[in-house]
Design a protein around this ligand. Structure first.
Ligand code: A2P
Length: 274
């Protein structure tokens, strides 16, 4: 099975709107099994990062799935300590090796390390131009980071992966990204699992006979947001794919939009320390 719903980057490459995130999936058996379940459940897009320290397990699960490489969409990210031109190129080669792949579909800058990200971006442009990655982008960039990057970038970031969920809906940044044809991707779309008990979401879930997680993920899809829920539980991995047989009404979308509190579960990109 393949989810047909995709978003298209400025270069024509498509990313599935529903992907599988492996942040906090422990290296070894846990990450291996989670990715194996995900691939069996129909996900074709897997989002990892050097910093998650599970690229080897992710790579093994991809290899053992025997799925054709061109049907998969693999994302990884350069970690903060590796930012800079040469060090990014080196880090990329290490990620590629760990993942046992010949190319990456999407390579991202993980955080906007202030004095480094424009050099890091030049390395990503090089990787893109030499065909080692099909698309390049950033994570956790505020509008001012993007504006700064535009000054030196030859290629604009194709995607911005940010913390985004109903309690942090990021409407101004989404509008800015849309204006610049940058696709928005949500990390921790379920607020790290902490917003699943919200009463408004529960009420909408009941009306559709769906789970709160499915309602939130459907809200992402209807807003055109690429979403990468994480789970290490086989049932929940499968549950999070059942998003294509129902639709939220405009009134339900508005009710979920109104839940925004600008509440982060992770660090503010202007104030991270790792
Ligand atoms: P688990 O891995 O045990 O399933 P996010 O993607 O926003 O960071 O959220 C991930 C958290 O949400 C994890 O703790 C995960 O737990 C939990 N989670 C993922 N999918 C579901 C679901 N369908 N129902 C309940 N909890 C979920």
């Amino acid at each position: 099975m393949k989810f047909k719903d995709t978003a298209t980057f400025t270069n024509g490459v498509e990313i599935p709107r529903l992907g599988f995130g492996v942040w906090q999936a422990k290296d070894g058996q846990q990450a291996y099994e989670a990715v194996t379940h995900a691939l069996k459940s129909g996900y074709t897009s897997i989002d990892t990062a050097a910093a998650y320290k599970n690229e080897e397990s992710v790579g093994r699960a991809i290899k053992d799935s025997n799925l054709p490489r061109e049907e998969l969409f693999i994302t990884t990210k350069v970690w903060n300590a590796d930012q800079g031109y040469e060090s990014t190129l080196k880090a990329f080669d290490e990620s590629l090796k760990k993942l046992q792949l010949e190319y990456i579909d999407l390579y991202l800058i993980h955080w906007p390390v202030a004095d480094k990200y424009s050099d890091t971006w030049r390395a990503l442009e090089n990787l893109y131009e030499t065909g080692k990655v099909r698309a390049i982008g950033v994570c956790n960039f505020h509008e001012h980071h993007l504006t700064e990057l535009f000054k030196t970038a030859k290629i604009k970031p194709m995607i911005n992966q940010i913390e985004l969920h109903p309690k942090l809906s990021q409407e101004p940044l989404r509008a800015f990204c849309e204006k610049h044809q940058i696709i928005v991707e949500a990390w921790s779309p379920l607020g790290n699992g902490k917003i699943l008990t919200d009463s408004t979401i529960a009420e909408i879930a009941k009306a559709h006979e769906k789970s709160p997680a499915q309602i939130i993920l459907r809200w992402d899809l209807q807003h055109g947001i690429v979403t990468i829920p994480k789970s290490v539980n086989a049932d929940r991995i499968a549950e999070n794919t059942q998003l294509f047989d129902f639709e939220l009404s405009a009134a339900e979308m508005a009710k979920i939009d109104a839940l925004n509190e600008d509440h982060r579960t992770g660090p503010d990109p202007d104030n991270f320390n790792f």
